[in-house]
Each structure stands twice: as C-alpha cells, then as structure tokens.
Design a protein around this ligand. Sequence first.
Ligand SMILES: Cc1ncc(C[n+]2csc(CCOP(=O)(O)OP(=O)(O)O)c2C)c(N)n1
Ligand SMILES: [Mg+2]
Length: 388
Amino acid sequence: MLIGQGAAHAEGEVVEAAELLGAGVAKALLGREVLPDDLPFVTGPIGLLGSKAGDNMIRGCDTLFVTGTSFPYSEWLPDEGQARGVEIDIDGRMTGIRYPMDAHLVGDSKETLKALLPLLRRKEDRGWREKTGKDVEEWNAMCRKRAGQNFGGTINPEAVAAELSPRLPDDAVLTADSGSGTNWWARHLKLRKGMQTSLSGTPATMGPGTPYAITARFAHPDRPVIAFVGDGAFQMNGMAEMITVKRYPDRLSGPAPFVFCVFNNQDLHQVTWEQRAMSGDPKFPGSQDVPDIPYAKYAELIGLKGVYCDKPKKIGKAWEEALAADRPVVLEFKADPEIAPIPPHTMAEQGKKAAKAAVRDPEGAGIAVKGARQKTTELAEHLPGRHP
Ligand SMILES: Cc1ncc(C[n+]2csc(CCOP(=O)(O)OP(=O)(O)O)c2C)c(N)n1
Ligand SMILES: [Mg+2]
C-alpha cells in the first residue's frame, strides 16, 4: 500500500486493509502523519528521500494499492505491468496517472475503504508482511549505524535527527523545509501517534519550513513545534520570520517547545549533491556557497534563545536544552556538508545495478531511461563524499 495526505483520518481503515491484505504501508511525505512509524509494517517514505524497506516493498510488490496520494515520481513505482493496481482518489482525474491501474475507485479514502473492507478476503500467507517487517528492522538498524558515524569530529546531520527522534515530545508538530534536512527528517524521525507533520510536498519549494512552523504554533499554541530548516532557506526568509516570532510573544511563546533547527552547512547542499549525482558535476561554489551566519547568536540578539552545537557528542544535550527552553529557540548545528543526502540503498545496490544496466544497454542510453533514480545512482558511487 502507498498512502498520502488524502488518507488522513483513515488511519483505522488503512491499518485494517493492510492487516487483511497482508500488506506493508509506505507513506508519501505529505501523508507521513497518517500512520505512526512504530507500526512494524510501516516502511516510512519512498522515493529519493525514502527508505530501503519502502523501496523493496513497492518495487517488488505483485499488487499496488494506492490511496489518497498523487506521489509523482513514477520511477519509484513498480515497473509497468509488474503489479496489478488499485487506486482510491477523491479526484477521478488523478487516478491511474502515475501507474496503470486495474481498478479506479473515486471517492474519499476513508469512506471508500470502509465500503471496500467487507469485500476483502484475508490473505492467509503472511510471508510478504513478515518480509516487510524484517526489511523495516534492517533499515532502522542501517539508519542507526549511519547516524552513529561522524567524520573528523564534525556533526553528521543524520545524527541531529536521530538524536531528536526518541526525544520528540508527545503531540509535536514537525515541519521541514526543502533541502538535505528533509532527508534526515523523512528517514530518521520516527513519528508516534498524535504527531503532525507538514512540508512543501508537491512544489518542494525552499522557504516554507519556518512559516509553516509559525502557522502551526498560531493554530496550536500549546503543542510543541519543531522545524528543520537549511541555512540557505533560513537566510532566504527564516531569519526575517524570527521577527514575526518576536512580534507575537503572547501567542507564540508559551511553555511548549518551539524550536527552529538550522543546519549550518554553508552550502545549498541538496542541490550541490543533485548536481554531483545527476550530472557528475563537481560543486560550483559560485552558486552553491552560503555565507556563515551565527544563527544562534542572531536569535539571542533579537531576544529569542539561541543554542549552538558543533560537537557530535553534544547533540543530544543541545536538543534537551532547546526543548526545555521557556522561549522560542534557534538551535544551530554546524553540520558536515559532505554527508550525501542520497539514500544508502541507492548508492550501494542500485548504483551497481544501474551502472551494469548502462553498460549492457545496446543504445548506451540506459542511464536516461529511468529518470532520476538511475541517473543518481549510476554516478553516486564514484562521487566524492562520505559513503558508509
Ligand atoms: C525557491 C526554491 N529555490 C530553489 C530550490 C532548489 N533547491 C532545493 S533544496 C535547495 C538547497 C537548500 O539549501 P539549504 O536551505 O541550505 O539546505 P541544505 O540542502 O543545505 O540542507 C535548493 C536550492 C527550491 N526547491 N526552491
Ligand atoms: Mg545549507
């Protein structure tokens, strides 16, 4: 199953359908909050920001059941003809546009699932579900391993998310900007029931991480709100938005944690890596460098709290300090800009496969055939940077 934001409020029905079908469930990023990540059959995200467990499941499935998502990256879906397809979408124009579906169910996810559930027969062979659960465990172990690495005493940004994950306050609202931090946000933060999330899903634009968090706080002044923002995006609009935070102390500065986590890597890192991986281009400092600004000090200067961390061993403490603060916090991590925001499974396994495929392709055009996945993977292993 692949679910998205349209399945919000259909948690119970999705779980029941997955249970009956012996299915695992992957989540498009905007549908992250629909199911918590601590269910053993939830594989987390798919796609370039995804998990290996999700990728194995979606690309290896015999039936793809999509509900409430227009997840656009069809190169991350099964090969055409490999799987039967069933899709629920509230907009009939959207069904079947990413993958050829056998059944198009036009309607609200919850109501349609409710009508469908009595018609589903329980799958007695539970092998697929067990394999998915095992893949999820392996993936989580791999994430822990990667987050545990640091190089030359610099902060691995994966560890920033991994250290926050077990410290996430109940009912937190989590926003992300568009950048490499979105990868760590998607892969290393394990949501629990009751948490909410948002980011710029379809346009994937820079800039929303900070204002989305502010909006969430206006809407829910008593809930913890945490934003993941790159330094490029924070310079674009986030720093000015701190003045908005200062402007409404009565509505935004309650006792619940309110944290803007800024990844200071002095780089437009996500795109630097896309250029490396997709075009084989080295970093071009003229377009990619971001000036070093003391974000935590800036927060202090304008009357908010600033917490600065540049030591891998202090990441957990820095989070605790930020989460315990009585004011909105800018939590600045000096992050290693050489950690690739490319999923490890893409780098290791598919990279080899893609390279092989390209060699065997009679037209020599294999690299272009499958879009970003192969373009990325084919080159990734030969790139500079820190591979596990
Ligand atoms: C408005 C806008 N401009 C450019 C992009 C392309 N883009 C996506 S991520 C990114 C880099 C973000 O840099 P930063 O905020 O520093 O985060 P990092 O990737 O370094 O963690 C860029 C340029 C975009 N998505 N939206
Ligand atoms: Mg950056």
